[in-house]
Design a protein around this ligand. Structure first.
Ligand code: NDP
Ligand code: 8X3
Length: 253
């Protein structure tokens, strides 16, 4: 089960995918830096993992706080060699002409700007050490448009292109970059957040469907980092069997 990596920073570790990824990487014996806003949930996670953990409770949209928190990572956790850039969210499913622009701003700030800043802060150490792996949490929404996806889908398209371009930059350094693009995944707070706490609406997203689980996504992350050092998995698009690409829409009179 050993990988060449020893320390992972997982964002969005207080819930869903990030929590499952942290659990999975702990099985590998990796030391973990767990980042999200809710400190209590990070502490509860750290308490049940049998590996050393450093907790960063920060809003990633607060750039000064994020920079300070990364600069203050204790020495024994500082040589991060796996960054899982997972924190993110969708807000709303309104069409573009009705959507709340503040929601768009929050998605862009979280899914794009914070992901880029964190990459910029962590990458130099990886390049200096000649090894490391950055995994971005994209989405099928970054490749396939759907009604109401608007700024969320666009933010995940940014993640895809950013991953590809960072990979172009780190060629020859030993650093690997992977974009994970899941489809329908239940068992996280994603839809509850999207529908702003409306549990009934959130449950309908998964009704009658056998969605993927956060553990399935964690398996993709774990598999990508466990590849031999000469292998870079550029992207993994993963959907449940019950989901497929839809037909293009035609409006008929
Ligand atoms: P969750 O809502 O369960 O998890 C989101 C995580 O992101 C939480 O830990 C949350 O922590 C953290 N987060 C959100 N905003 C911030 C912020 N401003 N600062 C710090 N942390 C933040 O959803 P998922 O686990 O499902 O989603 C994880 C990622 O996967 C997201 O990027 C999402 O877009 C993507 N994705 C999800 C899919 C799905 O169907 N579920 C499919 C494809 C991609 P806290 O609230 O404590 O800050
Ligand atoms: C989450 C998947 O289809 O709800 O990124 O956008 S979807």
């Amino acid at each position: 089960m050993a990988t060449p990596y020893h320390i992972a920073l997982v964002t969005g570790a207080s819930s869903g995918f990030g929590e499952a990824i942290a659990e999975r990487l702990a099985v590998r014996g990796m030391k973990l830096v767990l980042l999200a806003r809710r400190a209590d949930r990070l502490q509860a996670l750290a308490a049940r993992l049998n590996v050393p953990c450093h907790i960063i409770a920060v809003d990633v949209r607060d750039q000064a706080a994020l920079r300070a928190a990364i600069a203050a990572i204790p020495a024994e956790f500082a040589a991060v060699d796996v960054l899982v850039n997972n924190a993110g969210l969708a807000l709303g499913l309104e069409p573009a002409h009705k959507a709340d622009f503040d929601d768009w701003q929050q998605m862009i700030d979280t899914n794009c700007t914070a992901l880029a800043l964190l990459t910029r802060l962590i990458l130099p150490g990886m390049v200096e050490r000649g090894r490391g792996h950055i995994l971005m949490m994209g989405s099928i929404a970054g490749s396939y448009a759907y009604p109401g996806g608007n700024a969320y889908g666009a933010s995940k398209a940014f993640v895809d292109q950013f991953a590809r371009n960072v990979r172009a930059d780190v060629l020859g350094t030993g650093v690997r970059v992977t974009n994970i693009e899941p489809g329908l995944v239940g068992g996280s707070e994603f839809s509850l957040v999207r529908f702003k706490g409306d549990a009934e609406k959130a449950a309908k997203v998964y009704a009658g469907a056998e969605a993927l689980t956060p553990a399935d996504v964690a398996e993709c992350v774990d598999w990508a980092i466990a590849q031999p050092a000469h292998v870079n998995i550029s992207s993994i698009e993963v959907m449940p069997v019950c989901q497929a690409h839809g037909p293009l829409a035609v409006h008929r009179k």
